[in-house]
Design a protein around this ligand. Structure first.
Ligand code: ATP
Ligand code: FE2
Length: 327
């Protein structure tokens, strides 16, 4: 059975094609800027302009025809309304044209399920989901993926991107900040904001902007200290969630998890507590259509499909709103 997954929650329009557990294609086109940030209407326009090309490219990579597709899956939550609606329109168009079922899936849940698919030994992990808009520590308890800790203000990636934009690096800023951080080992004390199981980043952002403006600090030192501080905060709450839930597997997800220093800190924490750390390849950490295809597939196998008359998308739907009936 061949599934085509459509990811369109934010800056990325991605198409994943899978044949059962084999990935046939993972193609995407992401909105980027040299300066400034993401403007929702520009993202929507990007997805409208690019979707046909990304689908054509994915079919070529997979070496199949559109008529070979048996199931369409798309991300229907959470994200920007305009972006989600493009994904849904494309899914509906092909579902009707090919007369095949469509399944709307929750993006954050897809980050977790793709890890379980990629790593058969990763059975019941705690997910550290660190992306632009989302920062959540998620684990399965009682038929739901529960959020054990999360950001109380912005996502960790958006915070990094805001600082990068402030110092003129453009979007996305994460990889550029990582490069600068590698040039320093000089830690400057920054606020450390962990509240129980939750974190927040706004105060740290204000603090480093001031430090940057004062010209008293090297930008490499600020970037290094930023990473050390906010990644330590994430690792602390993740470890607490693992202890609380008595789980000994950690799975990483989200674009910020591409960061090698964050991966290293997670590995050290897992080694110290005798746990396993699973890190998907970057192409699956960032927003991608493969994870959407896979979650659609397992929901479909459990008997689910999205009815045309109940079609909708949910910009603010939470991870723990979803009934995990397939597990
Ligand atoms: P979501 O919809 O899940 O919130 P997203 O739209 O933010 O995801 P992702 O592709 O998961 O998209 O993540 C993008 C974020 O990852 C950006 O904020 C980017 O700066 C950050 N990022 C990418 N690579 C790195 C890196 N090496 N270090 C730190 N941050 C990174
Ligand atoms: Fe994501």
């Amino acid at each position: 059975m061949i599934t085509l997954g459509i990811e369109s929650t934010a800056h990325t329009f991605g198409i994943g094609i899978i044949k059962d557990k084999n990935v046939l294609a993972n193609v995407k086109d992401s909105f980027t800027t040299e300066s400034g940030g993401m403007i929702p209407s520009e993202l929507t326009r990007h997805h409208e302009e690019i979707n046909e090309k990304v689908i054509d490219d994915a079919l070529k990579v997979a070496k199949i025809k559109i008529t070979d597709i048996d199931l369409i899956s798309y991300s229907n939550a959470p994200g920007f309304g305009g972006c989600l609606s493009v994904g849904q329109d494309v899914a509906l168009k092909f579902s009707k044209k090919l007369n095949i079922p469509m399944v709307g899936v929750h993006h954050s849940v897809a980050h977790l399920e793709i890890g379980r698919m990629l790593f058969p030994k990763c059975k019941d992990p705690v997910l550290m989901y660190a992306s632009g808009a989302n920062t959540q520590i998620i684990a399965y308890e009682g038929k739901k993926y529960r959020v054990f800790g999360e950001t109380l203000d912005q996502g960790i990636g958006n915070m990094i991107d805001s600082f990068a934009r402030y110092i003129g690096l453009g979007f996305p800023g994460g990889p550029k900040i990582e490069e600068l951080a590698l040039k320093s080992k000089n830690y400057i004390e920054l606020p450390y904001n962990v509240k129980g199981m939750d974190v927040n980043f706004g105060g740290i952002l204000t603090n480093i902007k001031r430090k940057f403006d004062s010209k008293e600090y090297k930008v490499e030192d600020i970037c290094f200290s930023l990473q050390e501080t906010i990644f330590a905060m994430l690792v602390e709450v993740t470890e607490r969630a693992m202890a609380h839930c008595d789980k000994d597997e950690l799975l990483l997800g989200g674009g910020v998890a591409c960061n090698k220093r964050l991966q290293e800190m997670c590995q050290i924490m897992c080694d110290e507590r005798g746990a396993k750390c699973f890190v998907p390849p970057n192409t699956v950490l960032v927003d991608n259509g493969v994870m959407i295809a896979w979650l659609g597939r397992i929901m479909h196998d459990a008997g689910y499909k999205t009815d045309y008359d109940k079609l909708d998308y949910y910009p603010y739907q939470r991870t723990d709103d979803i009934d995990v009936f397939w597990r």
